[in-house]
Each structure stands twice: as C-alpha cells, then as structure tokens.
Write a protein that binds this ligand. Structure first.
Ligand code: FE2
Length: 334
C-alpha cells in the first residue's frame, strides 16, 4: 500500500514539475551587452520578466489540449485563446527572438548579401530601414514591439504591435514571420534610460547581430508557415466563423435563441464574406460558388426567422448552412 502511495505522490510531483515551456539561456553574460544595455536590466528582463511569461503560460495551458500545441500554434490562433495564453505565449516567443538577435559588437556576424539586397530593394537602404523601425517604436503608444518580418509574398515588412502581440498572431493586421524585433516596454530600458525611449532606440542598434537576422531571413523564406499565414489572413471568414459557431452550436443542442437573435447578423456577415477579397491562394471558383450558396442559405434563415419559423425548420436550415461553411473550410485547406 505504502508503495502505491509513494508512486501516487511521485506522479503528482512529476506532473507539477513537467513544464512545457522553459527559459532559453542567454548566449552571453548579462554584462556583455554594456554599455548599451546595463547588466541589471538584462538580468531582470531575462530572469524575471521573461521567466514570468513562461511560468504564466505553463499555468494557463496545464491540463488542457494546448499543452501539446507548439508555441507557433498557440500564437497563430490567438483570437481563439484566453488573454492569459495570448499575452504569455506572445511574451515568451517575442523575448526569445529578441535575445537571439542581440550580441555584443565583438561577437556580431555580418549581414548576408541576400538580406542586404532585400533591404535595399524594399527600403532603399539600411539607414531608411532603421528610421522606419525607430518611427514604429517611437509612435507605439504604451507597451509593445516593433518588427521586421517576411510577409507571405516574401517581402520585408516593418510593423508594430501592442502589448505582447506579434505578426504571427491572427489578431495582427500585418502578418508575417518576424526576423528582428525590438522590445519597447519600459522594462527593457527604464533603469538606464528612464523615460527616454529614443535614447534606448539609438543604443539598441549597436547590439543587433545581422548575421543571425540573415539566418532567420533565409529560414523564413523557406518556412511553410508563410503559406499558412497567407491562407489564414481572411478576416471576413473569421468574422463569419465566430457568428456561425455561436449560433449553430447552441442550435445543435436545441437552443435556437442565439440564432433567433442573430440571424440578421449572420446574414450580413455572409454577404461581407462573399464581397471580400480572398487571400490569393484561396481565390478560386469552387470557394466562390460555395460562398454564394452560403449567403443564399443565410438570407433564407433570416427570412424564416422573421416569419417565426419553427425551431425544427431553423435547426435544419442552420445545419445545412453549417455544412456549406465546412465545405468552404475544406476547400481552403486543400
Ligand atoms: Fe520585455
């Protein structure tokens, strides 16, 4: 008996210690980034702030299906996640990338000719890129990040996000795979620079390892995530999906109230979806045909609802519309 009790407690102990995500070690000592970033800031930022995002992320996903998801999957569908997962998965990913691209000047590696050419072609020069990134960082109100990313059409893009969001997330307007980022939360610079964000931005450029950014550029160009980001970048489809899910799933359980309240909204979203511009890879006749059918079905549902059709009729119609929507989704993932 004692043996089984021991096994039980061992199991509980191991469960508590099994942590999905863990703090990546810095490549250099905390004081190696001086004089641009002081050792105390680096230590607090890495060992306290970044660690807190990881601890809270692990807490938020423990015992859920999300434990088995990669950090990219957690980020991709951020709009479907809780604030705790969105903020802490973002915090973990963003800081990991930030540490990776920073190096003391004596350890930095040179930019590749491919990335240098892409910067010249997109921004005219490295100086113009720097100005653009600093503008993004300066005008970011409150806390957030500024990014250099590779877009689904394989171009370079500068963008900024609030809080711990990033360009991989479906809540971001400008999506891509980030290859460089600058943390503009006050915790990144306050001890040395106080409220002078501009001075910190001037200093941080001395720590960018362009050789590492170049490696990330090459990896991003060949990453299948770019294809997924392109397909996923259809806001009208997501908007429709939300209303469909919130009306169809209760109807499945014979609760027609949400559909009765929102049939006009469902119809409006189906029309917006049909009129919207699909991502390039999804702009195909079969998708269009299915969307025309979907709109027709949603218009009929709204009409029947306004005439007080029975629950049975409405349930049958929303189930058929849901089947059509599934067909759209399948076509999108072909
Ligand atoms: Fe930070």
């Amino acid at each position: 008996m004692k043996f089984f009790a021991f096994l039980f407690f061992l199991f509980i102990a191991l469960s508590n210690f099994s942590q999905n995500h863990s703090l990546p070690a810095l490549k250099y000592a905390y004081n190696a980034y001086e004089p641009w970033i002081d050792a105390q800031t680096m230590e607090i930022h890495h060992a306290k702030h970044h660690q807190a995002y990881i601890t809270n992320l692990n807490k938020a996903i423990v015992g859920t299906k999300m434990e088995k998801l990669s950090i990219i999957d957690l980020l991709m569908y951020a709009s479907f996640r809780s604030d705790a997962v969105r903020n802490n998965a973002g915090g973990h990913f963003n800081h990991s990338l930030f540490w990776d691209i920073l190096a003391p000047q004596t350890s930095q590696t040179p930019i590749s000719s491919d990335l240098a050419a892409a910067i010249d072609s997109e921004f005219k020069s490295m100086d113009t890129l720097r100005v653009k990134i600093n503008q993004g960082a300066t005008t970011r109100f409150g806390s957030g990040w500024v990014w250099l990313s590779v877009t689904p059409d394989k171009k370079l893009m500068v963008s900024s996000t609030a809080n711990q969001d990033n360009p991989i997330m479906d809540v971001s307007k400008d999506r891509g795979i980030p290859i460089l980022c600058i943390d503009v939360w006050e915790h990144a610079y306050y001890l040395k620079y106080q409220n002078k964000r501009g001075d910190y931005l001037g200093a941080i450029w001395n720590l960018i390892d362009w050789g590492i950014v170049s490696q990330k550029y090459n990896a991003a160009l060949n990453d299948s995530l770019l294809v997924e980001l392109e397909k996923d970048n259809w806001m009208e489809l997501k908007d429709f999906h939300k209303v469909m899910a919130q009306t169809f799933h209760p109807a499945e359980k014979d609760n027609l109230e949400p559909l009765r309240k929102r049939s006009a909204e469902l119809m409006a979203k189906s029309s917006l979806l049909l009129a919207s511009k699909a991502p390039k890879s999804l702009d195909k006749p079969a998708v269009k045909v299915a969307l025309v059918q979907l709109e027709k079905q949603c218009i009929e549902i709204n009409k029947l609802n306004s005439k007080n059709a029975s629950d049975l009729v409405l349930k049958k119609k929303i189930t058929a519309a849901h089947d059509t929507f599934h067909k759209v989704q399948e076509l999108c993932h072909d």
